[in-house]
Design a protein around this ligand. Sequence first.
Ligand SMILES: Cc1ncc(COP(=O)(O)O)c(C=O)c1O
Length: 382
Amino acid sequence: MTFDFDTAIDRASSDSRKWRKYAGKDILPLWIADMDFAASPAIIAALHRRVDQGVFGYGMPLPPLTRAVVDYCATHYQWQIDPAWLVWLPGLVTGLNLAAGAFGEKGDAVLTCTPVYPPFTSAPRNMGREVIKVPLARHGARYEFDWAALARAVTPRTRVFFLCNPHNPVGRVFDRAELEQLAAFCEEHNLILVSDDIHCDLILDDVPHIPVAGLSPAAAARTITLMAPSKTYNIPGLACSFAIIADTKVRATFVRAMAGIVPEMNVLGLAACEAALRESEPWRQALLAHLRGNLDLLAHFTAQHLPGVTLLPCAATYLAWLDVSALRLEQPAEFFEQHGVGLSDGVQYGAAPGQFVRLNFGCTRATLTEALTRMQRALAAR
Ligand SMILES: Cc1ncc(COP(=O)(O)O)c(C=O)c1O
């Protein structure tokens, strides 16, 4: 079966946040992390079946769905999990907020490495926690943990570490040695390790995803893994994700924090999740091929036609981290927006002003080509 990632679907007239931002303007939206593709045929068929039943009362994840998650973790990451470890959530950001607030007390701290997806720094603040930001160290084009800076920054009141793996926005897939060192660091400082793995099925390089909780029983005992089909299978609007928490006490603390706040799961999200995990692997493989093609195009185009713009290596996700510091623009995202391309400003992720923009290449090749051509024209006209 072939899948189509190149026919444009009109989203501008739909409820799409991505496209509505620029309603009535000739600006291509390459910002928020969703892709311009229809979900897999298997997901769409499962949704039709669920809708056709016609009743939308309160739902619950049934054993075949739970089993689908367990099987998926075993097949894709060689990670054996127990169904009892699963806690269903309507969103991963919900999970970040819950985890920030569930451990320790107000005034305690959450440690994380920047640049990073904005809720990593807003969730602790929402929960009355301090957020300690340690920049990732950049060695050439590669970002790494800065162990010395982390050791200096951690305080006796730090309770939680937020990891993004694969990393949004820098595109790294952390390797086993790095994750082992991080798990040891969390052990040494008695931190709960919250690992946001939402992009882990979007690895473009030939490297495996290693869930940090799968490294050892000790790592599992302090880790909350957050996962979802939403990014990979392009169903974030269906609000379905889950936490995997091996330790009974850590899980009970997390679940207590949910009480009265976290709503019921959306029954359509549950149906889509099962179809994603069980039946959508051929679609995912085709998607990865398309994204790799887009990334190649982006790399070549940037090198040849966008002087002053450097694409950093993107081992995973469909979000490219572009170093635009050489352009010496105060507001690079605004500059490109004025020239018809809507990017995300690196400042949102904690980068210094004028240094970075993030480009979402989860779109048709035609859209990407047009956006890059507009960027080329914008730079030529400066
Ligand atoms: C690292 C990361 N975590 C979480 C989310 C959003 O998760 P959700 O929509 O399930 O709250 C995103 C979306 O871009 C993300 O990049």
